[in-house]
Ligand binder design. Structure first.
Ligand code: BTN
Length: 248
């Protein structure tokens, strides 16, 4: 698990909980926030038994990855925080490994077209009062294998199973980048756009109104994807787009 003593020494003023295994660090951080966790509080684990992904999906969370959630007390919309976390993780990876990750709108980091990190920002409320946001990050560091369904689309930073960088260092670097970028938000958006491989691509998506296609032209400062379609320009605030056409 992320070495607790090392992690605490790298982030001396941060309230930290480190777990070998948990259901979901996002759920742990949510409960902690409801019990009064401070801005910046961090939960990190080695594996999750019920990792949560976007759009109600699960997130594969086996040994070899880093699963972390941070408490952010901020009024910024989820789209801004998600893009900010993506830039933060990208910077941390570059600093610690020298590798350049691409961002796939809105919350995925990829290397060579394969997902190495997912981000899930969830708002927490007490009645009608917002308490804060839990930013959950799952980083594939050195898993050698993924479940069958993910084999072609997921990868880890060190697929041979040996990471020269301790997971506590990734965790601390990501935390530091997030809280370094926050005061300047949405100042991170230019960096996000430069790293976003979705821009300039033809994208396909489906919603209650049917199937759509268009060219992804921009990401605005709220994190929405701006797409030019035959019917006009649309701004997608959430959801998912694919660069692969529909099968039928
Ligand atoms: C996605 O790609 O759909 C988002 C995945 C987010 C996964 C992280 S792992 C740490 C935190 N705890 C969770 O249960 N989910 C997030």
């Amino acid at each position: 698990m992320p070495n607790p003593a090392l992690l605490q020494s790298l982030l001396p003023h941060t309230p930290i909980r480190v777990l070998e295994e948990t259901a979901s660090t996002n759920l742990d951080a949510r409960r902690w926030l409801q019990d009064g966790a401070a801005h910046g509080s961090l939960v990190a684990a080695d594996r999750q038994t019920a990792g949560r992904g976007r759009l109600g999906r699960s997130f594969a969370s086996a040994d070899g990855g880093l699963y972390m959630s941070v408490v952010i007390k901020s009024d910024l919309p989820a789209g801004v925080l998600t893009t900010l976390c993506a830039v933060a993780v990208r910077r941390a990876i570059k600093k610690l490994t020298g590798k350049n990750a691409d961002i796939k709108w809105v919350n995925d980091l990829q290397i060579d077209g394969k997902k190495i990190c997912g981000i899930l920002c969830e708002g927490v409320w007490q009645g009608d009062r917002p308490l804060g946001v839990i930013a959950g990050i799952g980083l594939n560091i050195c898993q050698r294998e993924f479940p069958e369904a993910l084999r072609d689309i997921a990868a880890s930073l060190y697929p041979d199973g040996h990471s020269p960088v301790e997971s506590a260092r990734f965790c601390a670097a990501i935390w530091q980048e997030i809280f370094g970028l926050l005061p300047e938000a949405p100042g991170h958006m230019e960096e996000y756009r430069l790293a976003c491989v979705t821009l300039g691509r033809r994208v396909y998506w489906e919603n209650a109104a049917g199937r759509h296609a268009g060219i992804a032209r921009d990401v605005d400062d709220t994190g929405a994807l701006i797409i030019d379609t035959a019917e006009g320009t649309v701004a997608l605030a959430a959801g998912e787009v694919s660069v692969r056409p529909f099968d039928d």
